[in-house]
Design a binder for this molecule. Structure first.
Ligand code: ADP
Length: 409
């Protein structure tokens, strides 16, 4: 038996999952939030009667969830709380000792394009890349340091969100600005959600029973953050997020693409400074900016009820999505599959149906009944006469991280 502990450390949260890798089954998951505040919240779920699903790790059966509140000062405290939760509620870490701890790290820059065993030098490099991901990399690093203290005897492996996009060709990753200035300041497109795009494109090939290296796939990862990826033969060849996770699709609170001159104009005309522009585009734009609602469920519900702002927000979201689908069909020279994943992609019948409506001449035909099916796993939602297979494939970043960790130790 070999278990992998996968952790995702945010600035005020710690998410974890213990996965038994022989059958790729989840043993426990947890979420510790409001780290650093007066009262932290703790949620620990023990998977009982776990059923293994080929190609996916899912918590099934009678899961038991334990919730509590207690102060959690920092990431080191969070790991102690996590270990206490395992001791109090199980499963026993002594009986299921993790052989490796896998860490999600957001930005790997140009340096990290593979899962990487953490050393002091690797940590220095992750810290150095914080200037490209100031909200994420420092928190990821705090989590790594705290985890190393909590689990000193096992290797720790960093899996980077940018890594899958290391195969982008220069034509796709280069911004058309002063080349020397860009090089000096590391300005280029890096792309994010790589772990998800890799997992989902691989699972798609498996589902379709086709060799991955022959498949052209467009993956639409639509969560709070959202990105599209053109995958050719298992390699990312284009993706919608750029230097940061702000570029591309319309998201819950982020604008995605806009004319860069909008920033200059708002600075000159409205007197907005850099921090205000940063907050505007990252936190007060997207669905929230247009409709006051950041959750797609609320936006669809309000639009259906006749709310004009919500209807426009949805139209803008879908228009942008369609742009990227069309663009990646051209980049790939046609696609075998278009795949929806993450919170919105896995759950929103309306978004999936509307995003690909009217593309019949391009060989894309959604079957409304299949699209509306309440089924949960990987599934086909296109009609049998659709030249392009359209699928929903639930993402599983934790399992992908765990697999990559085992591959390097
Ligand atoms: P994150 O980017 O935080 O990982 P998720 O992939 O979990 O996000 O996606 C979260 C989003 O999924 C929510 O904000 C919500 O808008 C959307 N979502 C979840 N369920 C539904 C649903 N049934 N219909 C539409 N959107 C949904």
């Amino acid at each position: 038996m070999s278990a992998v502990l996968v952790v995702n450390s945010g600035s005020s949260s710690l998410k974890y999952q213990l996965i038994e890798m022989t059958g790729e089954t989840v043993l426990a998951t947890g979420l510790i939030e409001r780290i650093g505040e007066a009262t932290g919240s703790v949620k620990h779920t023990v998977a009982a009667g776990v059923v293994s699903v080929p190609g996916a790790a899912e918590v099934r059966g009678d899961d038991e969830t334990f919730r509590g509140t207690e102060p959690v000062a920092d990431h080191a405290a969070a790991f102690r709380v996590m270990i206490d939760a395992f001791e109090a509620h199980g499963p026993s870490l002594a009986e299921n000792p993790p052989v490796v701890v896998g860490h999600r790290v957001v930005h790997g820059g140009k340096r990290f394009f593979e899962p990487t065993v953490v050393t002091d030098l690797v940590k220095i490099n992750i810290e150095d890349l914080a200037e490209l991901a100031p909200l994420h990399n420092p928190a990821n690093l705090d989590g790594i340091t705290a985890a190393q203290q909590a689990f000193p005897a096992v290797p720790h492996v960093a899996v980077f969100d940018t890594a899958f996009h290391a195969t982008l060709p220069p034509a796709a990753f280069t911004y058309a600005i002063d080349a020397q200035l860009a090089e000096k300041n590391r300005v280029r497109r890096y792309g994010f959600h790589g772990t998800s795009h890799k997992y989902v494109s691989g699972r798609t090939a498996e589902f379709l029973g086709r060799p991955l290296d022959e498949l052209k796939t467009i993956v639409l990862h639509l969560g709070n953050g959202a990105s599209a990826c053109a995958v050719d033969g298992g390699r990312s060849v284009d993706t919608s997020m750029g230097l940061t996770p702000l570029e591309g699709l319309v998201m819950g609170t982020r604008s995605g693409d806009l004319d860069p001159a909008v920033l200059i104009h708002l600075h000159r005309k409205a007197g907005l400074g850099f921090d205000e522009l940063d907050a505007l585009l990252n936190r007060r734009s997207g669905l929230v900016g247009l409709s006051g609602r950041g959750d797609m469920r609320d936006v669809v519900e309000a639009a259906d009820a006749g709310d004009a702002a919500a209807a426009l927000a949805l139209d803008v979201y879908l228009h942008r999505l369609k742009h990227y689908v069309g663009s990646y069909l051209a980049v790939l020279g046609g696609a075998d599959a278009i795949v929806f994943t993450a919170g919105v992609g896995e759950n929103s019948v309306a978004v999936r149906g509307r995003a690909l409506a009217g593309l019949e001449r391009l060989g894309i035909r959604i079957d409304p009944e299949r699209n509306a099916s309440p089924e949960r796993g990987a599934r086909l939602i296109s009609s049998d006469d659709s030249a392009v297979a359209v699928l929903v494939v639930p993402t599983n970043e934790e399992l992908e991280i765990a697999r990559q960790c085992l591959s390097v130790i």
